[in-house]
Design a binder for this molecule. Sequence first.
Ligand SMILES: [Zn+2]
Length: 325
Amino acid sequence: MILFIMKTRKRLLLLLSIFLLTITALYAQDLSEIERKIVERVEANHAEALQFLETNVNINSGTMNFDGVRKVGQNYIDAYNELGFETRWIPQDEVNRAGHLFLEQNGTSGKRMLLIGHLDTVFEEDSPFQTFEMLDESTATGPGVNDMKGGNVMILYALKALKEAGAIPDAQIIVALIGDEERAGSPVSKSRKDLVEAAKRSDVALGFETATGFNHATIARRASFSWMLEVTGRQAHSSGIFSERTGAGSVYETARILNRFYEELIEEYLTYNVGVIIGGTQVDYDAENIRGTVSGKTNIVPQTTIAHGGIRFLTQEQGERAFQK
Ligand SMILES: [Zn+2]
């Protein structure tokens, strides 16, 4: 049985490079009057932005830490109130998640913009990685500095600089800070309903999560799903393994299937990973939390093996082809 479940991205190494100052200094001489003003405001607010990042990184907001997600959200409610944006907290009790924060400037001219961030991180309260730290004067580490508390700060301080420079367009601007990006509430038709609605009444959507490294803009993102393979064998004494009656057991069979994925399912932009594998005579697997317990005997052919992994693909068609295979 292979199940495909909607799953979100995870980042292991999280680094935020604070490069705005350098870039703006390099190009300052070619800027128009208004652009110079914007740069001035970015520079003036830089220390405050960094402090705001540190404050929010030091609040644990693992997806399942609802209090933490709300606390980070509250800091943004206060900040956007100051910018004159309408703030709307959308509870997600129905899908067992903290909620989303939507911030909106009403406006009538220009392109309608949707700026997307998320409040949660992959680091739950039991993670050993909890604290913001500057590694040198332009690089910081901490849970979610890159994915994507740094991006959230960029959205806020870009808008703030525009506002202070008198350059913010009189346009509809929606900032969507999702509360369960790393582990979406189910069904996604509910947990992503408000984001979809906001997108439908916008002309342009920009995501502020760094995907391909700094100094790049990404114009396509791959879809990401998780899959689960559950293999059942015939439990028997190991002396009979490989016989017609006993077979090879669930562990060998799983290895055979995974090896075929590895050998035959290779194409550009398609990647897949086995994150966890668990097999034996007694398997208890918790797919939601990706952990489990197992027992077996060296002289017993195992009956159950579960492999759980992720897959990414660029187009719907590529995904369907991979699932089919
Ligand atoms: Zn993210």
